[in-house]
Design a protein around this ligand. Structure first.
Ligand SMILES: Nc1ncnc2c1ncn2[C@@H]1O[C@H](COP(=O)(O)OP(=O)(O)O)[C@@H](O)[C@H]1O
Ligand SMILES: CC(=O)N[C@@H](CCC(=O)OP(=O)(O)O)C(=O)O
Length: 299
C-alpha cells in the first residue's frame, strides 16, 4: 500500500518534471485551440478544459480559443421547429437561421466558455468575428453535377461564409493584456450581413493569421485513424493529403485535415487533431513525450 502511494507520488513528480522542457519551449508562444460542440457536451469535461486553458496561460503560453457549437445550434433549431440541412458538412443557413446561429454561438456558448475560464481563475473575454472586424467573410458556394443532364448547378447555402480577411489586431491586444480570447465563428461582410462560418475553418484561418506555434482541433475521435482504426500519431503534409485521396479520412475528418494543412502552409508550426472527450487531452498532448492525437507538420 505504502509502495503504491510512493510509486504514485514518483509518477506524478516524473510527469511534472517531464513537462519542464515543454514549458520552457512554449513560453510566450500562441496556441490556437478549436473547441468543438461535441467536445464541450459534458459539464465536468468543460470544467477541466477551462482549467487546462488557465494552466497554459499560467505557464506563459498564450491560448486563443475558437469554439463551435453545431449540436447546440441543432437543438435550438429543433426547439424552435426550424428545419436544418447540410451540404458538404455545412449548415444551409437562411436569414432566420443565421440569427439563431449567432444567438447560440456568440450569446450562450461563448459566454459559458468565458465564465468557465474565469471561474477557473483565468481572465477571459468573449468576442465574435464581428468584433473589431476580426473575420470578414465571403459567401461560400458549392456546385453539384446533375446526374441526368450532366449540367453543373450552383447550390445556395445562404449565409454560410468562409474567412476572406482576418484582422487579428484585437486578439493581439487581448493577449498583450494577459486576457484569454474566446472567439465565436461568426463573420460579417461589407453589406452588413452576418455569416455562419464552420468553426474548424474559422479557427484554422485565425491560427494562420496569428502565425500560431500550435493549432489544436479538439474533436470526438482520438485523432486521424488508419484503415485498421489505429491512431496515426504523425503525418507530413503529403501524407495528410494522401489520407484524403485514398479514402482513409472521410466525412467530417476531411475538412479538419484540410484546415490543418492550410494552417501549416500559412505558417503554423504544427496542427494537432485530438480527442476532446479525454480528460486533460490538451495537457497530455502539450506536456508529455508521447502526445495524445495526430500531429500534422511540414516534416
Ligand atoms: N480516418 C478517420 N479518422 C478519424 N475520424 C474519421 C476518419 N474518417 C472519418 N472520420 C469521422 O470524422 C469525425 C470527426 O468529424 P466531425 O464529426 O465533423 O467532428 P466535430 O463535430 O468535432 O467537428 C469522426 O467522429 C469520425 O466519424
Ligand atoms: C456553416 C456551418 O456549418 N457552421 C457551423 C458552426 C458551428 C460549428 O462549426 O460547430 P462544431 O465545431 O461544433 O461542429 C454550424 O452551423 O453548425
Amino acid at each position: 500500500m505504502q509502495n503504491t502511494t510512493r510509486d504514485q507520488w514518483l509518477g506524478k513528480a516524473r510527469t511534472l518534471s517531464e513537462a519542464l522542457p515543454y514549458m520552457r519551449r512554449y513560453a510566450g508562444r500562441t496556441f490556437v485551440i478549436k473547441y468543438g460542440g461535441h467536445a464541450m457536451g459534458d459539464a465536468g469535461l468543460a470544467e477541466l478544459f477551462a482549467r487546462d486553458i488557465v494552466l497554459l496561460k499560467q505557464v506563459g503560453i498564450n491560448p486563443v480559443v475558437v469554439h463551435g457549437g453545431g449540436p447546440q445550434i441543432g437543438q435550438m433549431l429543433s426547439r424552435l421547429k426550424i428545419q436544418s440541412s447540410f451540404i458538404d458538412g455545412l449548415r444551409v443557413t437562411d436569414r432566420e437561421t443565421v440569427e439563431i446561429v449567432e444567438m447560440v454561438l456568440s450569446g450562450s456558448i461563448n459566454k459559458q466558455i468565458v465564465a468557465a475560464i474565469n471561474a477557473a481563475g483565468g481572465r477571459s473575454v468573449g468576442i465574435s468575428g464581428k468584433d473589431a472586424q476580426l473575420l470578414t467573410a465571403r459567401k461560400v458556394t458549392r456546385t453539384q453535377r446533375d446526374p441526368d443532364s450532366n449540367i453543373e448547378k450552383v447550390l445556395d447555402l445562404g449565409f454560410v461564409g468562409e474567412p476572406y480577411q482576418v484582422n487579428p489586431q484585437i486578439i493581439d491586444s487581448l493577449v498583450q493584456a494577459d486576457i484569454i480570447p474566446v472567439i465565436a465563428p461568426i463573420g460579417f461582410d461589407r453589406n452588413g450581413d452576418t455569416y455562419n462560418i464552420n468553426a474548424d475553418t474559422a479557427a484554422g484561418a485565425i491560427a494562420g493569421a496569428l502565425g500560431a506555434t500550435r493549432f489544436f482541433l479538439l474533436t470526438d475521435v482520438a485523432g486521424v485513424l488508419d484503415k485498421e482504426k489505429t491512431l496515426i500519431p504523425r503525418l507530413t503534409l503529403e501524407q495528410a493529403q494522401a489520407c484524403i485521396k485514398d479514402g482513409t479520412a472521410s466525412g467530417g475528418m476531411i475538412p479538419k485535415i484540410e484546415t490543418c494543412i492550410g494552417a501549416v502552409e500559412q505558417g503554423v508550426d504544427a496542427a494537432v487533431i485530438l480527442d476532446g472527450r479525454v480528460p486533460h487531452a490538451l495537457l497530455l498532448e502539450i506536456f508529455t513525450e508521447g502526445g495524445a492525437g495526430t500531429l500534422i507538420g511540414r516534416d
